[in-house]
Design a binder for this molecule. Structure first.
Ligand code: MF3
Ligand code: CO
Ligand code: CO
Length: 260
């Protein structure tokens, strides 16, 4: 496996596109209301990406994906396809996953929102998932290992009686959308690839309220929990620095520092 280390010039481009991806999630928040369709959210993001951010929505036509963002509602784990028929209602849980391409580099980030008034389980699942992402990020430092990240995420989820999806993982990112290495959200500390300054990858835990098992729907994209219970996901694009990490897709609502 060859994991290429980014040069300072490449890192600057990753910062630029990462900040745009984060800003897009900030932009879309106000639109997430009961009554709006996921198709409309997709159109708003597409227009914003192309017209305001002068960037390209990387999911559009990626391996045949038909839309510009992924919208995954309730028991949909990931890769939900936006649709004018899918209208959000009070209490829904929706992950919005945006990936932008600008100047040859990708920024990939997602956040789970609760529509209208949250119920207790949804709020707890979404919070534990966000915390597990932050714990994974906090484990990033040169000399550490990818297994350190998976270990803290799995421990936090399972301690709270939730489960970690195994079939999908984080990934190296740069000029290539999904590059090496694979970043598993479970595992043992001290195992796997050693982290080095200049590596860029995503961490994107999918945490289920019920069992870990998932299945792929016949559209070949939409991934759902087998037991149809609730699921959540949060994602950031991370740079390994000389002293720890930098969150390239950091937002103003993040409750973890951009660098650590
Ligand atoms: N953004 C997703 C990820 O985190 C990938 C979406 S691929 C798509 O890796 F084709 F479904 F958009
Ligand atoms: Co990703
Ligand atoms: Co993503």
């Amino acid at each position: 496996m060859t994991i290429n280390l980014k040069t300072p010039e490449e890192i600057e481009k990753m910062r630029t596109v990462g900040a745009l991806a984060g800003a897009q999630l900030e932009m879309i928040e106000a639109h997430i209301q009961p009554g709006i369709s996921t198709g409309e959210l997709d159109r708003i993001c597409h227009e914003f990406t192309v017209n305001e951010q002068d960037a390209i929505p990387a999911p559009l036509n990626y391996r045949g994906f038909p839309k510009s963002i992924c919208t995954s509602v309730n028991h949909v784990v990931c890769h939900g396809i936006p649709s004018d028929d899918k209208i959000l209602k009070n209490g829904d849980v929706i992950n919005i996953d945006v990936t932008l391409l600008k100047d040859g580099y990708h920024g990939d980030t997602s956040k789970t929102f609760i529509v209208g008034k949250p119920n207790v389980l949804a709020e707890r699942l979404v919070r534990i998932c966000q915390e597990s992402l932050y714990l994974g990020i906090s484990a990033v430092k040169p000399g550490g290992h990818l297994g350190d990240i998976g270990h803290v995420i799995q421990s936090h989820a399972e301690k709270n009686r939730f489960s970690v999806v195994r079939e999908y993982c984080g990934h190296g990112i740069g000029t290539i959308f999904h590059d090496e290495p694979q970043v598993l959200h479970y595992g043992r500390a001290g195992t796997g690839v050693e982290l080095k300054p200049g590596m860029t990858f995503t961490i994107e835990p999918m945490i289920n309220a019920g069992r870990a098992a998932v299945k792929l729907l016949p559209d070949d994209w939409t991934v759902v929990t087998k037991d149809h219970k609730l699921t959540a996901q949060w994602e950031h694009t991370i740079l390994v620095t000389e002293s720890g990490y930098e969150i390239l897709t950091h937002r103003s609502d993040d409750t973890i520092a951009r660098c650590g």
